[in-house]
Ligand binder design. Sequence first.
Ligand code: ZN
Length: 119
Amino acid sequence: MQIREDGSVWPMIVCDWCKTPITDAKDGRVLWREIGRNPLNARCYPVYHTHKRCEDAFVENNKPSITEGVIHDPEFMPEFFPDGCVWPAWLWMSHGLDDDLERLLSTIKFDPGANVEKQ
Ligand SMILES: [Zn+2]
């Protein structure tokens, strides 16, 4: 959270790579570790946020370790991986921060001009 000079409290998303605020949702990425398809898995993963320019460095420096095991599941993302291949235990997946925020805001009646001061 960010407390501004006028005392108002604003949510703020900080890049998990460079540790600076993501001030434009269109410049943000949401990343999560996709695990193999397991019907018992709740498929609710922790998420990380980066600027677009920071995504590659974040992913490159946070690769799955070989000690975390492997996926040997022909049902796992068959559109990307041929059957029978062995892949790391999880893979980074991502999409735009603006997509996530739109989905979140769609759960409430949101009037952007009602309570938000223009900057
Ligand atoms: Zn960044």
